[in-house]
Design a protein around this ligand. Structure first.
Ligand SMILES: Cc1cc2nc3c(=O)[nH]c(=O)nc-3n(C[C@H](O)[C@H](O)[C@H](O)COP(=O)(O)OP(=O)(O)OC[C@H]3O[C@@H](n4cnc5c(N)ncnc54)[C@H](O)[C@@H]3O)c2cc1C
Length: 261
């Protein structure tokens, strides 16, 4: 079974700055981590490989530093990794990101299952997984909490719903996005870390992918961020203390002062 796991490197903190000029995240000097939901995707792929055999390939689109994220996945037990990196990919919205990743997957060519996290904790759209499936014309299920059965050409999984779950069967190749309920990710082993250190990460550019220039980066992004800002901090509340009757009296006086009643 050939499994491709799409992982995104995201800032490891919520204390990020937005460039006023480009309306994008300032990533320089910010510690990066693998998008937490993608760690569950990596773990699930490794478990399938351990159970029925196969190969796990990690795919990421991002700046050169995203190689570190791929190496972390290899340390956990993935076999190899590919980074799609090119200045031409900069400014991609979710449509262009999905297109670019799907071109990478087409180039890999041998795949049965693609696993993504349910969403990235920075962009937060949850659009890229379904976007890749649409671009490749594959069946897909989002919010998978359990893979009940998987074999050549067939998968049966449980999709998390607000109350309960749906059991869904699909033919392979297919794409799933996973939620954190699916497993408990392992820590990288010492052997894995040694292997990751030595691993050569393949890097592909837009040209390697034969990507249509009109479909990538800012040019290929039908959506543009017009403005991005943090909401102004709310002024602090006012505490009314005392016995319950006293509190009610003070509250009514205060509301009258404010001309609310
Ligand atoms: C309108 C708009 C404009 C944007 N413009 C810019 C910009 O100019 N510059 C910029 O840096 N960002 C920009 N972004 C953010 C960028 O498009 C998203 O970060 C990216 O498309 C992924 O979307 P997401 O973070 O919402 O991922 P989600 O859709 O929430 O991610 C779901 C899953 O898809 C997979 N995935 C997502 N992204 C990747 C990736 N890069 N590699 C591998 N797997 C991945 C992972 O498995 C992830 O768990 C923009 C976003 C929007 C909506």
């Amino acid at each position: 079974m050939n499994i491709i796991v799409c992982i995104k490197q995201v800032p490891g903190t919520t204390d990020v700055k937005i460039s006023e000029k480009t309306n994008t995240l300032v990533r320089e000097g910010v510690e990066s981590i693998i998008n937490p939901f993608d760690v569950y995707a990596i773990e699930e792929a490794i478990r399938i490989k351990e159970k029925i055999g196969g190969k796990v390939t990690i795919l990421s689109m991002g700046p050169p530093q995203a190689k570190e994220a791929i190496k972390e996945a290899i340390a956990m037990g993935a076999d190899d990794g590919i980074l799609l990196s090119d200045r031409a990919f900069a400014g991609s919205d979710t449509w262009a990101t999905s297109y670019t990743l799907s071109m990478g997957i087409k180039k890999i060519s041998a795949y049965d299952l693609i696993i993504c996290g349910k969403q990235a904790i920075d962009g937060d759209t949850a659009q890229v997984g379904p976007g890749i499936a649409e671009s490749l014309g594959l069946p897909f299920v989002a919010y998978v909490r359990k893979i009940e059965e998987i074999k050549e050409g067939y998968i049966r999984c449980e999709r998390m719903m607000e109350e309960g779950y749906e059991a869904i069967e699909m033919s392979l190749p297919a794409l799933i996005t996973v939620v954190k309920e699916i497993n408990e990710p392992r820590l990288p082993s010492l052997k894995g870390m040694m292997r990751a250190k030595k691993a050569e990460i393949t890097a592909w550019t837009a040209q390697d992918l034969n990507a249509e220039p009109a479909n990538i980066g800012l040019t290929g992004s039908p959506t543009q961020v017009v403005k991005i800002f943090s909401p102004p901090a709310r002024p602090g509340g006012e505490m009314i203390l005392g016995e319950i009757g006293e509190q009610a009296e003070k509250l009514v006086t205060r509301l009258r002062e404010l001309k609310i009643v």
